[in-house]
Design a protein around this ligand. Structure first.
Ligand SMILES: [Zn+2]
Length: 267
């Protein structure tokens, strides 16, 4: 798998449809062995589709993949293949692999296809993702109460969403963190995607890995809530904190010097 796919969401958060050209299409069992674990549990009849560009978010950074469909563009009326996308992952080569099932398929190389991402799922994933960042910003805003902690990792899957910190966050702060997060939501602050140099990233982002290096001229993608801080982030986002909706802090748990804040979106 040596092709590369242009990930449209990196530049345009709102791109939930696109036309693309098929670079490869083959049954899942023909995928390189080392990439197969990415799609564990996919149905036997699944296919892999690789395109030159994609509107589909590939699972990563704690955010689940988009779902949706690809179908032949209207310029090929004799072919009616419809591909339902169940999983999207990025291969180390930079190729984005869409795994799913066909009706009247498969595609062949060079086919022109229309991609349609399920906008409601994308919207939910963006909200859950931004809610995680908002909790991080709330925790930092409460440093006087909580004490300094460091963001480590996060998981933004529905039903198992959490943000984790190095350091101790006492369970007694649960209500204060939820209130602070929802105050950020209520203020309806802008959520902006920025491209920053290493120096800008270190100056403005909350958690920059020590080992982060950028090539000459390369910029890092960050998500910024001006005034509250930023995080390096390759995910999809809402336009404002108000669009995220109310957040529920479900639980704070501590283990081996780390604290995990589990959260959900309020109905
Ligand atoms: Zn993020």
């Amino acid at each position: 798998m040596d092709s590369k796919t242009d990930a449209l969401y990196m530049q345009d958060n709102d791109a939930v449809s696109a036309n693309a050209t098929v670079l490869a299409c083959f049954p899942l069992h023909e995928l390189e062995e080392d990439l197969k674990p990415l799609f564990k549990g996919a149905p036997d009849a699944s296919f892999v589709v690789v395109t030159d560009r994609t509107a589909f978010y590939a699972q990563g950074g704690g955010q689940p993949a988009d779902a949706g469909q690809m179908q032949m563009t209207s310029s090929s009326p004799d072919k009616t293949a419809i591909f339902t996308v169940h999983g999207v992952r990025k291969a180390p080569s930079g190729a984005i692999l869409h795994v799913g099932t066909f009706e009247d398929g498969p595609f062949t190389k060079e086919d022109a296809v229309d991609q349609t991402v399920d906008a409601a799922t994308r919207d939910l994933h963006s909200r859950i993702h931004d809610a995680g960042h908002i909790i991080g910003l709330a925790v930092h805003a409460l440093v006087d109460k909580i004490g300094p902690v460091e963001d480590t990792k996060a998981q933004h899957f529905p039903a198992v969403s959490y943000v984790e910190f190095k350091g101790t966050i006492d369970g007694a702060h649960k209500a204060a963190i939820e209130a602070q997060a929802n105050e950020i939501v209520d203020r309806d602050l802008p959520i902006q995607v920025k491209w920053w140099t290493l120096e800008e990233s270190r100056a403005r982002c909350w958690c920059i890995p020590e080992e982060l290096v950028l090539e000459e001229g390369e910029k890092a993608r960050a998500v910024d809530v001006p005034g509250l801080g930023a995080y390096l982030c390759g995910g999809t986002h809402m336009k404002t904190t108000g669009g995220v909706g109310k957040i529920e802090v479900k639980k704070i748990s501590r283990s081996k010097g780390s604290s995990k804040i589990s959260y959900a979106m309020k109905a």
